[in-house]
Design a protein around this ligand. Structure first.
Ligand code: ATP
Length: 323
């Protein structure tokens, strides 16, 4: 069975094609980059996606060496995300599904990150640390659903790093640049905010940005920002593993590319006799393959997904019968 997956929730328009055994046949993407110093304007990203959609679909089919008629299901990221961007993907999915008379399965973008990470990292029943631009959630599967055990109360970790990057004038996305700068930095204390199982990053970012105004070295602030934010995530992840009695942990989302974050999570796992996995870099950011794969899992479990966008769709609202 072949699934065509459409991702368009934020900055990336991606088309992926996968089969029922998890083989990846095609992966094409185009990424919207806002002007230097700006965040993403949803309408601009949506226009970018519309502009690139046709060629990306064609290129993905060419890479898989198949025709659209050979696809069995159309999977689309129906939420959460930016409504204008989500609509681009949903409109493509609807028109292809109508024209080729194939089932349309609207899947949850965050669950797609989780399932592709599990597939590629070969983890069975992990606690998932999902750290992307907009999302920071610590998730575990329990009694039929993925449950959010802890999450950010304000902005996602990636967006927090990008916000700091804007005040430091280091461009977007700032995460990789902060990682590089941190290699030559020294530690200074910053606000550490873990409330129960939840996290908060905005005070940390404001404080770090003020230190730059006070002429502290960018390398030192970058290092301290990483150490503090990643320690907060690691603390909550450790408590989630203990509470849910799980001995595997998978990190995914764009921030999972950060080596220091992976190192901290890995040390924590080893110290408690657990196993650490990272989603391969290529598939930890937004992509169409993960949507194609979750569509297949849902379809096989008889889950039809949703047929309209839902910009605030949470993972714990989905019956994950395929697990
Ligand atoms: P979402 O998937 O929640 O809609 P998104 O699409 O913005 O959010 P991703 O594409 O998964 O998120 O990740 C992008 C984020 O990852 C950016 O905020 C970027 O700064 C961050 N990032 C990328 N590489 C690194 C790195 N090496 N270290 C830290 N952060 C990183």
């Amino acid at each position: 069975m072949l699934s065509l997956g459409i991702e368009s929730t934020a900055h990336t328009i991606g088309i992926g094609i996968a089969d029922g055994r998890g083989k990846i046949l095609a992966d094409k993407r185009a990424i919207f980059k806002p002007p230097e110093g700006w965040g993403i304007k949803p309408a601009d990203a949506a226009n970018h996606h519309k502009l690139h959609a046709d060629s990306i679909v064609k290129n993905a089919l060419a890479e898989a060496e198949i025709e659209m008629g050979e696809i069995d299901i159309i999977s689309v990221a129906a939420g959460p995300g930016m409504p204008p961007c989500l609509s681009v993907g949903m409109n493509i999915a609807k028109s292809v599904s109508r024209e080729y008379k194939k089932p349309l399965i609207g899947v949850n973008h965050c669950l797609a990150h989780i399932e592709i990470a599990k597939l590629l990292a070969k983890a069975k029943d992990p606690i998932v640390v999902f750290v992307s631009g907009a999302n920071t959630q610590i998730i575990g599967y329990m009694e039929g659903r993925y449950r959010i055990l802890g999450e950010t109360q304000d902005i996602g970790l990636g967006n927090a790093l990008d916000k700091f990057g804007r005040s430091a004038g280091i461009g977007f996305p700032a995460g990789p640049k902060i990682e590089e700068l941190a290699k030559n930095g020294k530690y200074m204390e910053l606000p550490y905010t873990v409330k129960g199982m939840d996290l908060s990053f905005s005070g940390l970012i404001t404080h770090a940005s003020r230190l730059l105004e006070k002429k502290q070295k960018l390398e030192d602030v970058s290092f301290s920002l990483q150490e503090t934010a990643f320690a907060m995530v690691t603390e909550v992840a450790e408590r989630a593993m203990a509470h849910a009695e799980k001995d595997e942990l998978v990190v995914t989302g764009g921030v999972a590319a950060n080596r220091r974050l992976c190192e901290m999570l890995d040390i924590m796992c080893r110290e408690r006799g657990g196993k650490f996995f990272a989603c391969p870099r290529k598939y930890s950011g937004d992509n169409g393959v993960m949507i194609a794969w979750l569509g297949l899992l849902a379809h096989k479990a008889g889950n039809k997904g949703i047929q309209e966008i839902n910009s605030r769709w949470r993972v714990d609202e989905v019956d994950a019968g395929w697990v």
